[in-house]
Design a protein around this ligand. Structure first.
Ligand code: DGT
Ligand code: CA
Ligand code: CA
Ligand code: ZN
Length: 571
């Protein structure tokens, strides 16, 4: 049982309780617990097996802890089954459409008999939704857009979900005595922001035995096909895993082929053909003679290329760059020396300043900026000027108590509708680090949106533009604005462009990273952590940066605390 499924069940209970009009406190408790579970880096099922007290975990109370144990043991929970018996089955599905909360879902069900996303699409297309009080033409159009986004994303996992599955597979494959070597290829290895299925390559001398061992995994739900070369299975979550067997002399060629991307492979194969060679998943061949195949590097070398990092293999100019020996020297996770975007329990985070600081220090980082929300974000208990300054004073106390890490007093200040900032200039000037982000008024025209962001960037009060596109993968479309103008403004004003590393955001996306770099911008990778173990999201941000061709020098938080102090004029 993986964390994601536990989280989905808790979230569904919360949604159904809200539809029923249950006490708001209880609804929020389930939603907070669901989010907490979803972002947790440890496997809850392991903690349950070990008999740990789950109520010690952030946002998990005693009754939720009991439910989690029940879910791990029975794969469901009586509370959920009971709610489902009373309420229409498909409501939780409808709630996943952007702009539809549990209340609206309940009304759509009562008044139009909508029981599924398909029903909703049909009703919206027929113009029935706009007739309902409180919906209207615009929200009908938004619903259709939301359904589009949802449909496009179905079947793809976020990076943290993919990691959870890979971790389950790793535990199992390492216990299979006949499996001598295994690697995950495909989009997972290329570090793509979402992953469709997992492509696993295996070397085993005795394939028959290895297959038996592999198929004994309890994470495997069903076996779709089984042959001598390849096994296809589905995990309980529905994720497909293709396992392919290769011999050592072909393993590098297989890794290259199945890492892709397809376009990168095609370009390489063309280079081989120009030399009258053949490149496939078994090797690089001249007639029947294998020129290379055991490792990727040798194949690239034969083609007169240096090894190309998987994150770059998208046929976006990497082969040309490799040929000219101009591949970027990519950033790596070890280069990161701090995080400049984190929340605490002063707003919608789950842990204290002290706990966050200790966790950052435990990762060997030299600094951490605490950037809670400003007042406009009411749902998160955003801070007004007075509360912000009081919070800054507390952050500085914690900083003084931790001589081994610099805890910066910061804020994630909202960019208001016309580009004003949500806190007074005098307040912001008191702080060490200001991230400016958009959370509301997302529907402006492109011109107005561009002006708004540029105005905030040019205010002289902000250090970073937070999650610039404002997208949520599979759930919310990006804001529409002139990215070129905004990145140029960031470059000119010395405002860092953030790569928000939350797996559901990964914002900026890779292609925009390249565009922003072209415009001369500098970057910061922020975890946007809402709890201590979210600091691990940094790895996802680094992956995006690598896919965006960024090097160490492009990213501010690869510098030392001393360098950051100098940059901020606090030397
Ligand atoms: P995904 O799973 O949708 O996130 O994306 P990928 O890139 O993992 O794609 P997938 O799983 O369909 O195939 C894995 C790799 O196998 C792909 O990146 C390149 C290689 N591959 C698959 N089909 C072809 C093909 O028809 N031609 C070539 N050259 N390569 C292929
Ligand atoms: Ca794949
Ligand atoms: Ca595949
Ligand atoms: Zn934010």
């Amino acid at each position: 049982m993986e964390n994601k499924r536990i989280a989905d069940i808790l979230a569904e209970i919360g949604d159904l309780l809200e539809i029923e009009g249950a006490n708001a406190f209880r609804v929020r408790a389930y939603q907070a617990a669901a989010r907490s579970v979803r972002d947790m880096s440890q496997r809850l099922a392991d903690l349950v097996d070990a008999g740990e007290d789950l109520s010690e975990l952030p946002a998990i109370g005693e009754s939720t802890a009991e439910k989690i144990v029940e879910i791990v043991e029975t794969e469901t929970c009586e509370r959920l089954e009971e709610l489902r018996r009373r309420l229409p089955r498909a409501l939780p599905e409808v709630v996943h459409v952007e702009g539809i909360g549990p209340k609206k879902a309940a009304r759509l069900h009562e008044e139009l008999g909508i029981d599924s996303v398909d029903d909703l699409a049909a009703a919206a297309e027929a113009g029935e939704v706009r007739e309902l009080e409180g919906f209207g033409r615009r929200s009908e159009a938004k619903i259709l857009e939301g359904i589009e986004t949802l449909r496009r994303s179905t079947g793809r996992m976020l990076r943290n979900e993919a990691d959870e599955h890979v971790e389950s597979l790793r535990r199992h494959l390492e216990s299979c005595r006949s499996v001598h070597r295994w690697e995950v290829a495909g989009s997972y290895r290329r570090g793509k922001e979402t992953v469709g299925d997992l492509d696993v390559l295996v070397h085993a001398e005795d394939r028959e035995r290895a297959s038996e061992e592999i198929l004994a995994a309890d994470v495997i739900d069903d076996v779709a096909s089984r042959g001598d070369e390849r096994i296809t299975v589905h995990l309980a979550s529905g994720v497909q895993v293709d396992v392919r067997f290769f011999e050592p002399e072909a393993f590098g060629a297989a890794l290259l082929y199945f890492t892709g991307s397809k376009d990168h492979n095609i370009a390489l194969r063309r280079m081989a053909q120009e030399r009258d060679w053949k490149l496939n998943e078994y090797g690089l061949f001249e007639a029947d003679r294998r020129l290379a195949g055991a490792d990727e590097e040798a194949i690239y070398r034969k083609l007169d290329l240096p090894w190309i990092a998987p994150e770059l293999r998208e046929d976006r100019g990497e082969i040309e760059a490799a040929r000219r020996d101009e591949l970027p020297s990519l950033l790596s996770l070890d280069d990161i020396r701090g995080d400049l975007h984190a929340h605490t329990d002063a707003t919608d985070g789950l842990q204290s300043i002290d706990e966050m600081a200790a966790a950052a220090r435990d990762r060997g980082w030299e600094y951490l900026a605490i950037t809670d929300h400003s007042q406009r974000v009411r749902v998160a208990g955003g801070l007004d000027d007075e509360a912000c300054l009081a919070h800054a004073a507390r952050i500085r106390e914690v900083d003084a108590a931790h001589p081994d890490i610099w805890v910066l007093a910061g804020i994630e200040v909202d960019i208001l509708e016309h580009g004003d900032l949500d806190l007074a200039a005098e307040t912001l000037a008191e702080l060490d680090w200001v991230v400016a982000s958009i959370h509301y008024h997302r529907e402006l025209g492109e011109q107005a949106m561009t002006d708004r962001i540029v105005r905030a960037v040019e205010s002289g009060l902000v250090h970073a533009l937070g999650h610039p596109l404002g997208r949520m993968l599979g759930a919310r479309e990006p804001l529409r604005f002139d990215t070129e103008r905004v990145f140029a403004a960031c470059a000119a004003s010395g405002v860092c462009v953030e790569i928000d590393a939350q797996p559901e955001r990964l914002d900026l996306p890779d292609t925009h990273c390249r565009q922003a770099r072209q415009a001369g911008a500098t970057f910061v990778i922020g975890t946007d952590a809402h709890r201590a173990d979210n600091l691990d999201f940094m790895a996802y941000g680094v992956q995006v940066a690598r896919r965006g061709w960024l090097g160490k020098d492009d990213v501010v938080n690869t510098g030392s605390a001393a360098a950051l102090r100098r940059r901020l004029g606090r030397g």
